[in-house]
Ligand binder design. Structure first.
Ligand code: FAD
Length: 338
């Protein structure tokens, strides 16, 4: 009997806190594995993280490969790569997904190069499909889909020959499915083995800076672009965000102009958001910006240019100067909220 094809997800955690992107990827992995008649495995590495295994199963895994050791307590490239590469070589997964976080971006290429596997960074969509090349048909490949050439094309990348087919995906791109607490799976303990050379880097001290905004989790985002005109102009954006109980987002152009910090940037090279309501103020609607917000429930756009591309995406369109429109919205909202 042939073994089911395995779709692996690297479960990123820090101090036992599992990164949301790993849970998002488990939902996607479940969908892909179901199409392949395969199984989902979560690769959980750390020290004292066994109690996280159930969470991995509830989010869609059939099996958790659990490697625990003091050497894996804090993420370091070499020991993590050693364990992951040994497991990949032993089990030959079909697909391996990682979050496009600083850790995932560090670890994924290490694993890919050690295993001679193909890797696509920052995918925005993953699908299963066939691929024909020189009269040969490759069945059930992973389509690794992402914007390329500055967002001007959407490329579909395949690895016909090498396994695993590896991809990283940024946080917020895939939808996190609700956990199913009744779901049962297998937890396989793995004994990690290290080479002394894997442990040459020591972590002496860690300094953590908490983000000042939670764009990813926000149910309302009010975002400003170049049309806001200045750093001070963002007080207006913050004012509207405040009355709506939301977070402030921004276009990259506004960030580059120094109107607001980078952590507020929405889009292909910023944060991907899925709020209930997204208000785009003075944002033209470039494809790279829209890639980060087009999944919002309702999109309201305020722009002085009636032909701005953002209006093609928006559910509600307000043509006008945002410096006039936003104060009216704020006072109207305050009026109805009383
Ligand atoms: P503009 O395109 O200059 O638009 C300003 C808009 O404001 C115009 O539509 C104008 O009509 C309107 N306006 C002006 N004055 C007013 C007013 N008083 N009232 C109302 N409306 C007004 N961009 C992102 O946002 N996020 C990304 O992650 C991102 N990643 C990128 C990655 C790559 C590889 C590349 C090449 C580009 C990326 N960009 C990204 C940049 C993107 O292509 C656009 O340049 C950027 O989104 C434009 O920002 P904007 O809409 O604020 O500015």
């Amino acid at each position: 009997m042939t073994q089911p094809r395995e779709v692996w997800v690297f479960i990123e955690q820090d101090g036992g806190n599992v990164a949301p992107v790993s849970l998002e990827l488990l939902g996607k992995a479940r969908e892909l594995a179901d199409q392949l008649d395969g199984k989902v495995c979560g690769l959980l590495l750390g020290d004292g993280v066994a109690d996280r295994a159930d969470m991995v199963i509830h989010h869609g895994a059939d099996e958790v490969l659990l490697a625990q050791a003091p050497e894996l307590g804090v993420y370091r490239t070499l020991p993590y790569a050693r364990v992951a590469v040994d497991l990949v070589k032993g089990r030959q997964p079909y697909i391996f997904l990682l979050g496009a976080t600083p850790v995932g971006r560090d670890l994924a290429p290490r694993i890919a190069s050690a295993c001679w596997a193909g890797l696509t960074a920052d995918c925005t969509s993953l699908q299963i499909g066939d691929f024909e090349f020189r009269d040969e048909v490759y069945k059930d490949l992973l389509y690794q889909i992402r914007p390329a050439f500055g967002g001007n094309i959407i490329a579909t990348i395949v690895n016909p020959e090498t396994r695993p087919q590896m991809a990283t995906v940024r946080e917020g791109v895939m939808k996190m499915e609700q956990p199913d607490e009744a779901r049962r799976g297998v937890i396989t303990q793995v004994a990690p083995q290290f080479d002394p050379a894997d442990l040459v880097v020591e972590v002496l001290e860690r300094e953590m800076r908490l983000p000042s905004c939670d764009l990813k989790g926000a149910s309302v985002v009010v975002a400003g672009g170049m049309g806001v005109g200045s750093k001070e102009g963002f007080d207006l954006i913050a004012g509207l965000a405040h009355v709506l109980g939301g977070e402030v987002g921004a276009s990259r152009a506004a960030v580059d102009a120094g109107f607001i910090e980078k952590e507020h940037q929405v889009g292909q090279t910023g944060v991907t958001v899925r709020p209930r309501l997204y208000v785009a103020c003075g944002i033209s609607g470039a494809v790279q910006h829209c890639a980060g917000m087009d999944q919002a429930g309702t999109i309201v756009a305020i722009n002085s240019d009636p032909s701005a591309p953002i209006f093609q995406l928006a559910h509600y369109r307000i043509v006008g100067d945002l410096h006039e429109v936003i104060p009216q919205l704020i006072s109207a909202y305050r009026g109805t909220a009383k």
